[in-house]
Design a protein around this ligand. Structure first.
Ligand SMILES: *[C@@H]1O[C@H](CO)[C@@H](O)[C@H](O)[C@H]1NC(C)=O
Length: 159
């Protein structure tokens, strides 16, 4: 004879759903999410090449809004002039940048949602005074990044 109370049965039925919800919430908080704005036709980004990119960095707020960090390579986002940024995945970059761009292709423009612990973590960056670059500690980051091409082949691209 099964003698469990209705409460207990309901709890046991729902437990797997609670568990999967917790796992999903945890991985959303920890993983870098790449949200494609415009697909790239080039080869996938890899760790052995150096790439030129356009980047605008925002702070991603918990309510889904974004705050400019004061850093952009794009004149249209406040830079003095367009000044592409060169990088090699895994070299002198925050973990979230490397993880995110390795899921992109040349020519692609995407939003990279980077949780704080794969960004600058508890460290603040820049200065809150003077209206320049500033990222408060424990900020989630949002990169609007476009992979222009491999460095050296930049002239063949569309810029
Ligand atoms: C990395 O990408 C570059 C540029 O597309 C390519 O020439 C190179 O063969 C790739 N290397 C590897 C290891 O996939």
């Amino acid at each position: 004879m099964i003698k469990s109370t209705p409460h207990r049965s309901l709890f046991h039925i729902l437990l797997p759903f609670f568990r999967s919800t917790i796992v999903i919430a945890f991985s959303l908080a920890k993983e870098v999410i790449v949200e494609i704005q415009s697909a790239g036709r080039g080869p996938p980004v890899n760790q052995s090449s150096r790439y030129r990119s356009h980047v605008t960095l925002y702070i991603e707020n918990s309510d889904g809004t974004r705050t400019p960090s004061g850093w952009s390579t794009r004149e249209s986002d406040g830079a003095d002039r367009d000044a592409p940024f060169a990088f090699q995945p895994g070299v002198n970059l925050i973990e979230g940048w490397t993880e995110g761009v390795l899921k992109m292709r040349e020519g692609e423009r995407s939003w990279l949602h980077v949780p704080s612990d794969k960004g600058y973590g508890a460290q603040s960056m820049g200065s809150p005074n003077g209206g320049g670059f500033y990222i408060p500690s424990n900020s989630d980051l949002l990169f609007d990044i476009e992979i222009l091409g491999v460095e050296g082949e930049y002239g063949k691209q569309d810029l």
